[in-house]
Ligand binder design. Structure first.
Ligand code: HXC
Length: 520
């Protein structure tokens, strides 16, 4: 055979092989994925990346351990597709597990492939999206499988705060495998087809005798509502990947870049309802904080995260004239907007993400205080609440705060007050800023006068009013320089945008240290 003929033959074979390589564990297993309502790994990749932009890396890698029949199960790629492409035009790296190959189990080479793509993502400063669909450690490969996980966890930690990391759980994610997503910045799960747990139902039954189904143990609803592990639950693979694309549109590629600015069209002012009518002045009346957020940020730009968890605080990304911001807001519809353990954890982690990736913070305050009670104290509200104070204090991104109504006590300080380094704090005229609400305060400060009055009820009302006018009034805080301005609700968007445009150049040097010691 002549050289050219050899080349032609090889190219022909290569083409065939590349087509075959995309078949993973074979037609039957691929069909089974679709029957279960799951996309195959290549369908996911093609859906996630901008058309024609994906480049596979390490597609020929195969397992090199033997025993327990593994030698007959060699498949090019070893059950994970790794590579990079563009999403919204931005370079993104991925490791996508293929459940059709040995259940997407992680063996030595599978782990090495993921580690390699993570190294490239870190080196090149691009986000990493992991598509998890795996039975866990490949039992036949023993410690080689465990070493693979260890290498992945190590790199997840190294990448933390350097590149955004997103995990998408699109099937099982069992055992130690959960700790890779657990370290990443955001986790999305797919309804009906995904679950996450450290020990499965069988092990639990053996060890503790407790009987629980996979869904009750680690289904998407559990992780959205109870554990707070996930940021988002999608109805199916497509909608979950759509969410990932949307999330990425707010994020810079790495910690040295600023977030991408997109024209988000119209301003978000809700025309029919003036902002002052969105928030009732009566402190006990509730309202929809999401409407208030939407009335301030660019229309349709609010992407809420962890919507089902610790609903007393809302977090999410939004845009102001196209510029991404992280929004944190108390939610009076849940626990009257009090801060508790879960809300503090949720808020603190989000603030730290935004700070790590140069995303300015917009905090909307309506908080009556920390949730009182033994449950909170015994479970460590001191330790958890401190996280939010810590996260806001260490954040050096632009920090803007709007006090809408109540801002009482330690919770006032905690919600990005000027005392924690906020660059700009404004209050609406109807807000109350004080150690506690006027009723409680009047009952303590004027106890004797109220008790000895002819009409104690009337006297209490007068004292309350006097306290409100002289102490909780935001103009009092403004006169002391503790807030920067008192503005009409309708001026909020414009005021915040003006300040944001001045603050984007903010640069702060903190004292030199290895790292702080946030209370965990
Ligand atoms: C290798 C495995 C495997 C494993 C399943 N398979 N588990 N191969 N190692 N750990 C194979 C099956 O033989 C099957 O091969 C294919 O993967 C799909 O598995 P099924 O059981 O048919 O799938 P399904 O019915 O959907 O059930 C999924 C499942 C179940 C619920 C996840 O497979 C399961 O319970 N597996 C064990 C999970 C587990 O305990 N993993 C280890 C966790 S410990 P064929 O050829 O039929 O397609 C761990 C430690 C990590 O991960 C520690 C890191 C620190």
């Amino acid at each position: 055979m002549k050289i050219d003929e050899i080349n032609r033959e090889r190219i022909k074979n290569l083409k065939k092989e590349k087509v075959f390589m995309k078949l993973g564990g074979g037609d039957d297993r691929l069909r089974a994925q679709n029957i279960k309502g799951k996309m195959t790994v290549w369908q996911r990749i093609e859906y996630l990346f901008d058309p024609g932009t994906f480049n596979e890396v390490g597609g020929f890698v195969e397992l090199r351990n033997a025993g327990f029949g593994l030698e007959n199960n060699k498949t090019a790629g070893d059950g994970v597709v790794t590579g990079f492409g563009r999403i919204n035009g931005q370079i993104v790296y991925t490791a996508a597990q293929d459940f059709t190959v040995l259940g997407g189990s992680l063996g030595e080479m599978h782990g090495k492939k993921i580690a390699n793509i993570m190294d490239l993502a870190i080196q090149n400063g691009a986000p990493l999206v992991m598509l998890n669909d795996s039975v866990g450690a490949r039992i036949q490969e023993g410690i080689s499988a465990l070493s693979g996980y260890g290498e992945v966890f190590f790199r997840n930690t190294k990448a933390s705060g350097v590149i955004p990391q997103i995990s998408v759980i699109m099937g099982p994610c069992a055992g130690g495998a959960v700790y890779s997503p657990g370290i990443t910045d955001f986790i999305a799960m797919v309804k009906s087809t995904s679950n996450m747990f450290i020990t499965g139902p069988e092990v639990i039954k053996t060890v503790t005798g407790e009987e629980v189904s996979k869904d009750e143990l680690g289904g998407p609803d559990i992780h959205m509502e109870l554990s707070g592990v996930v940021s988002y639950v999608g109805d199916d693979d497509e909608s979950t990947l759509d969410w990932v694309k949307r999330l990425l549109s707010y994020l810079p590629s790495n910690n040295l870049e600023t977030p991408p600015v997109f024209d988000s069209g119209d301003a978000g002012v809700i025309d029919e309802i003036p902002q002052e009518n969105l928030v009732p002045s009566k402190a006990a009346k509730t309202y929809d904080m999401k409407q208030v957020i939407e009335s301030i940020v660019d229309k349709g730009s609010f992407l809420e995260l962890q919507a089902g968890y610790a609903k007393n605080i809302l977090i999410g990304f939004a845009r102001l004239e196209g510029y991404p911001v992280g929004v944190i807001a108390n939610n009076p519809s849940e626990l009257a907007g009090c801060l508790d353990i879960n809300a503090a954890d949720k808020g603190a982690r989000f603030v730290r993400f935004c700070d790590a990736f140069n995303i300015p913070l917009l905090t909307l305050v309506d908080v009556p205080g920390f949730l009182p009670g033994t449950d909170q104290e015994y479970n460590g509200i001191i330790r958890h609440g401190a996280k939010l104070l810590y996260a806001y204090s260490e954040a050096t991104v632009p920090k803007m705060t709007v006090i809408l109504r109540k801002a009482y006590g330690g919770a006032y300080i905690c919600m990005c007050s000027k005392h924690l380094g906020a660059d700009f704090v404004v209050a609406w005229p109807g807000s109350e800023i004080a150690v506690m609400g006027p009723k409680g305060a009047a009952n303590i400060v004027f106890k004797q006068e109220i008790k000895s009055a002819d009409d104690p009820e009337k006297k209490a009302e007068e004292c309350e009013k006097a306290y409100m006018e002289n102490v909780t009034n935001p103009q009092y805080a403004a006169a002391m320089g503790y807030i920067d301005d008192v503005i009409e609700p309708g001026e909020t968007r414009k005021t915040i945008i003006n300040h944001l445009s001045a603050l984007v150049g903010k640069s702060v040097e903190m004292p030199k240290r290895k790292h702080g010691n946030i209370p965990l």
